[in-house]
Design a protein around this ligand. Sequence first.
Ligand code: R5P
Length: 303
Amino acid sequence: MSANITTADNSSPCIYTFPMYKQQGLDLAKALNLPCYDISIHHFPDKESMVTLPKEKSNHIILYLSLDYPNNKLIELLLTSKTLRQQGCKRITLIAPYLGYMRQDMSFHSGEVISQQIIGQWLSELVDDVITVDPHLHRINSLDAVIPNTNNQTVSACPNLGKFVKTLNKKTYLLGPDEESLQWVKQVAEISGASYSVATKQRHSDTLVDIQIPEYDYKNQHIILIDDVISTGHTVAQAAIKLYSAGAKQVDVLVTHALFAKDAMDILLNANIKNVWSSDSISHKTNSISLTNLLADSIKKIT
Ligand code: R5P
């Protein structure tokens, strides 16, 4: 069905935003001076998705859809992309500031499927470009190895996190809660001018982690924990508990992807964490840092 194509030969890109990401899509459209239209989603009682696309068309459509809580969204992306192709859209760019399904990059136990590869391959069949922010890649360094034959762009939120720390105008010490966080905390420290270090972590299960903080005089210090993702909240909560035991005056958290599964916010509050700031890669009440400028630069590179 292509009856509702209104401007199929329009080569100027337009942005389609999914529910939950309307504000971020509008901000990006404003920064790039592009039109922005809403995709609407209806969920039937059994949670099946019905997608309604805007009537305005373009040969290049930029979809703004962060893939947190991804299962429904992936189906909605499938329905959207297939329909756009049927309608003659030549290029589909996916902006997914948070890219779900990146954790399972190998089979840790017999029978476990490698979901990263399967979802990556699937995305490559749906869209032409993928723009994402600090993807959670461990043993595989490049997004190109995960999403083949697609123009992939990885944006780092760290410049904006670093500027945010600078605006606090306070003496702070930055701590990454595990070895993997060194890449983020180092960049944020370089931009903000704060000192930094990283802790070590042993994860025993989804909700059980042990953190060892490095030697430092934490007494009366204001510490900001920096991480890429907060999911259950146990990583930063355990780090905060250790920091307060070592005499810290205040512990805050600055995170890129505010997943906040289940009662994560309560877990942070119970650990006496005072402020939680996040980028708007995932819509959440802690959003304090816009990624619009970084995503706009990335779009400019590919258009
Ligand atoms: C781990 O590799 C990540 O950087 C985060 O530290 C982790 O995903 C946080 O998970 P949670 O909030 O469930 O402890």
